[in-house]
Design a binder for this molecule. Structure first.
Ligand SMILES: NC(=O)c1ccc[n+]([C@@H]2O[C@H](COP(=O)([O-])OP(=O)(O)OC[C@H]3O[C@@H](n4cnc5c(N)ncnc54)[C@H](OP(=O)(O)O)[C@@H]3O)[C@@H](O)[C@H]2O)c1
Length: 247
């Protein structure tokens, strides 16, 4: 079984930054044609240039995934660019925190639209073609907050818990057609999105690894689940969290 992804096209949402960008690099290094996506065209083009300068095939498709239309349009454009999507990484996400009484309807809609509905509509749009070919892989990016309660993360954690259940539901639904659906559950990772997060270093000092993670330590786990090396792995949730799961 090979870790190589030559001949496959991977769409990575939210790959202009952080974990998504590192994942785009890891998939490209393994030979995939990567479709980079996000709202920020400057960061998107920069990521594509970096991948191309490493010899990879890469394209940028801008998308705002808070709307159903944005997700559908991204799926259509990705298929237009490459003719196929073999690997879908549902990484784009918003993580804001606060007590339940402080959250507005706009917060709820934003978090659920991006973290739950966008992956749902991307899978709905792209998996049927994978089913026709009899192969494909979907990797969803979760979070430790999807597995346990914490005072300020109920809304965010519940959105990723929904994606966790969708991971298992899709594994059951599409596995018999040759599509594997799995998830990576990162812990505290230093990215543009978490930069400046209050108290993160102190919390990280209490977990077995005793430090924050780097996006490039998450990306190989995504690449593994997307590859044939994980041919018998369906519906798995792989923590990449410095041992927070064990603490
Ligand atoms: N970092 C952590 O500690 C951590 C831990 C657990 C889970 N996670 C999860 O990992 C994923 C990536 O996190 P990160 O830390 O790498 O975040 P990040 O550096 O803030 O990157 C977020 C990515 O999502 C994209 N994005 C945000 N809003 C979008 C929208 N409306 N439409 C389309 N794309 C959008 C951003 O692209 P544009 O700005 O170009 O739109 C960016 O590429 C998220 O799902 C997050 O919940 C992160």
């Amino acid at each position: 079984m090979s870790s190589r992804l030559d001949g496959r096209t991977a769409l990575v949402t939210g790959s202009t930054s952080g974990i998504g960008r590192a994942t785009a690099i890891a998939l490209a290094e393994r030979g995939a044609h990567v479709i980079v996506s996000g709202r920020d065209t400057v960061r998107g083009q920069r990521t594509v240039q970096d991948l191309r300068s490493g010899g990879a095939r890469a394209d940028f498709v801008p998308a705002d995934l808070v709307s159903h239309r944005g997700a559908r349009s991204l799926a259509e454009q990705a298929l237009g660019v490459s003719g196929r999507v073999d690997i879908l990484v549902n990484n784009a996400g918003v993580f804001t925190f606060g007590p339940t009484t402080s959250r507005t309807e706009a917060d709820v809609n934003h978090i659920y639209n991006l973290n739950v509905k966008a992956p749902f509509f991307l899978v709905q749009s792209l998996v049927p073609q994978m089913v026709e070919r009899g192969s494909g892989a979907v990797v969803n990016i979760l979070t430790g907050a999807a597995h346990r309660g914490s005072p300020a993360a109920g809304l965010y954690g519940s959105s990723k818990a929904a994606l966790l259940l969708l991971t298992k539901g899709w594994a059951a639904e599409f596995g018999p057609s040759g599509i594997r659906v799995n998830a990576v559950s990162p812990g505290m990772i230093r990215t543009e999105g978490t930069d400046g997060g209050a108290g993160l270093e102190e919390i990280a000092a209490t977990i077995p690894a005793r430090r924050l993670g780097d996006p490039h330590e998450v990306a190989p786990a995504v690449a593994f689940l997307a590859s044939d090396e994980a041919a018998y792995v369906h519906g798995a949730i792989l923590p990449v969290d410095g041992g927070a799961v064990a603490a």
